[in-house]
Design a protein around this ligand. Structure first.
Ligand SMILES: [Zn+2]
Ligand SMILES: [Zn+2]
Length: 225
């Protein structure tokens, strides 16, 4: 089981609608977790979080009084959400500017723009590969973690369309935390096998004929397996 890269995580999050703060209904802002780990050493368990930065938010507005009365702290809390979940919690802040340094909506916009351009570029390279049946370049795009997920999924689909049996090994070795991509890779392997009337031996993983009764590599009985 591999872990989704930060980039893959970000792409997945950006594709989903932004959550609203349950306390004030305002749209929350994407926030990059600072590299400092918190005292428990666990950080936030996510590279990005959504925070409510509305200064009129009742949770935050009330927080100043509550924390002063209960803990004699000059601090308040802002509502936080774990992207992609319905989990909302409170994050302590020590000034109205607290945590604002990491608001990354603008940076995100720039990244989004770059992502779009890179996706466009990736698709045009892939279109060329399709014409030239250039599987090597397709595999390169597919396995490059810096390529946008959409480009990589497209590359996987193309491998399914005209990849050779030799490509199966490379596809099998790819492990990604992104479910859509993993699914595209599995489907590509299935399509390649379908085109060549092959499958993998359940015992030794070598490629054998779909109808084989004995594996020619490990000599084991594979009929109906
Ligand atoms: Zn709020
Ligand atoms: Zn075998």
């Amino acid at each position: 089981m591999s872990i989704e890269t930060k980039q893959e995580f970000l792409e997945r999050i950006l594709a989903m609608p932004k959550p609203s703060c349950p306390h004030c209904n305002k749209t929350m802002q994407l926030w990059e977790v600072p590299p400092v780990t918190f005292s428990d050493g666990l950080g936030w368990g996510s590279p990005y979080l959504y925070l409510c930065f509305n200064d009129e938010c009742p949770l935050y507005d009330q927080g100043w009084n509550d924390l002063k009365e209960n803990y004699a702290q000059n601090a308040s809390v802002r509502c936080l959400n774990y992207p992609g979940t319905d989990q909302f919690e409170c994050m302590p802040v020590f000034s109205s500017q607290g945590a604002k340094g990491q608001i990354i909506d603008e940076q995100i916009m720039a990244e989004e723009k770059m992502l779009k351009e890179q996706t466009k570029k990736g698709f045009s390279i892939l279109a060329n590969c399709y014409v030239e049946k250039d599987t090597l370049t397709i595999i390169r795009l597919l396995t490059d973690p810096c390529e946008p997920v959409r480009v990589r999924i497209k590359a996987a689909e193309m491998m399914g369309d005209f990849g050779e049996l030799e490509s199966i090994e490379a596809l099998r070795c790819m492990k990604t935390g992104n479910q859509a991509m993993q699914k595209a890779i599995e489907e590509a392997i299935t399509s390649i096998h379908d085109r060549f009337f092959t499958r993998e031996c359940p015992f030794c993983a070598e490629i054998i004929k779909k109808r084989a009764e004995i594996c020619k590599h490990c000599s084991r009985e594979v009929a109906g397996k």
